[in-house]
Design a protein around this ligand. Sequence first.
Ligand code: XMP
Length: 509
Amino acid sequence: MILIIDFGSQYNQLIARRVREHSVYCQIEPPEIDIERIKSLHPEGIILSGGPASIYEKKSPRTASGIFELGIPILGICYGLQYMVDALGGEVIRSKKREYGFAELTVKRDGGIFHGVSGKTKCWMSHGDTIGRLPRGFTITASTPNTKVAAAQHATRRLYGLQFHPEVVHTAEGKKMLENFLFPICGCKRSWTMKAFVREAVEEIKSQVGDGRVILGLSGGVDSSVAALLIHRAVGDRLTCVFVDNGVLREGEAARVQELFKKHFRINLRFIRAGKLFLKKLKGVADPERKRKIIGRTFIEVFDREAHRIRDVRYLAQGTLYPDVIESQSTFGGPSAVIKSHHNVGGLPRKMKLKLVEPLRHLFKDEVRLVGKELGLPDELVWRQPFPGPGLAIRIIGEVTEKRLAVLRKADVILLEEIRADNLYRKLWQSFVVLLPLKSVGIMGDQRTYENIVAIRAVTSDDAMTADWARLPHDLLGRISNRIINEVRGVNRVVYDISSKPPSTIEWE
Ligand code: XMP
């Protein structure tokens, strides 16, 4: 495995994903990690990440002294390089100006990190301070017009540093550089495959749970579904999944989950029809935050009640992913590894005193999908677009009623049919319909109508942190609009949302 020490760079998850793309397992740890723990992880190599700090700041992050004496190859990136230089007796020059953007890299010394890399290649810089003097034994391996020490190495100690970011796509041959670090330098093996992951995860769940019983809140999304299949493989009937129909699901969603998990995978599934209860509590409520809170709280209530009906449950399974774990680890000194309380099934009760089973806590989303495929999850679910915990309730602006839900569901089915027919479903991060609390005048036949307006929302995104409105073809938009107005009673106008995030959000509420 490769250990990545997190000095706070915005690109850290990217470094981890790049390493994993080479089928090498890696783990991100905060700089406070102590040397004994580092040794116990048996890393083949260590990457010191970039970070926003300057080595001259009082509180600039530092990691276990002695890391350079372990004899393990180390690659310092940006701040990671500066930290290495400073720690080993070199000099970092304080700078007020940042160098940011593309630079042409001239490779001075072939081999090592630059084995097989062109003599001149584009790299991506983002740094303030620069290296003034290298520690003894180090040599410059690459420069740019502005940065003399763009890369350096101590070949016999196998210490390497890059002032630029090899992990971002803008560094043209960054992939090759990381590959050189992982294989010839560290001697890693390409052993991180999803098949191997499944095998190991199943063993791990077995040893954690023993003969205990596990409960899991199934939401119908990818994460909880994959977690369910994995745990089911490990403990069989001792897993009970609970699916709460909260009344604000999409058309056919509840039935699909039942069919797949109960009939096809033969998993113990408790299916709770709680729609009436949720809708009763949502009656008269229009404020988005109140809707969210009511749904969250009611979910916990219902789930908790059900959990108490299952005898001897000691474990609660969750589909927590690695980005959540990393985000909740502190970088500079707070409490580490606090698992966020909110989650894809809407925040499960902490007071339940159950031990957590989180088999996906080391995986990125794209890896979870691959594990899903490995476990036989149908494509339809593996590639499902995200659906928010509060469901259609936050896509009906204003009060949620059965009648308005029925209108929205019908429109949503049409939208998804048309998006799929144009093969766009997987290309879009999300595509859905929003029902507005407005009416407008229309004409149908010879009659005046005064009906609802719906908005279409379709966005592209990598991670939902930012999103762009999708440039859907006009013909497709036309077909969707025609069909919704013709087929959904109560709608006489369709509009298209052309806002990006930020400043808008993906969901309307
Ligand atoms: P926003 O609207 O904040 O949404 O741009 C970002 C992403 O998060 C999803 N979302 C939720 N998912 N529970 C969830 O599980 C929630 O309460 C929730 N609210 C928003 C949203 O669909 C989008 O993918």
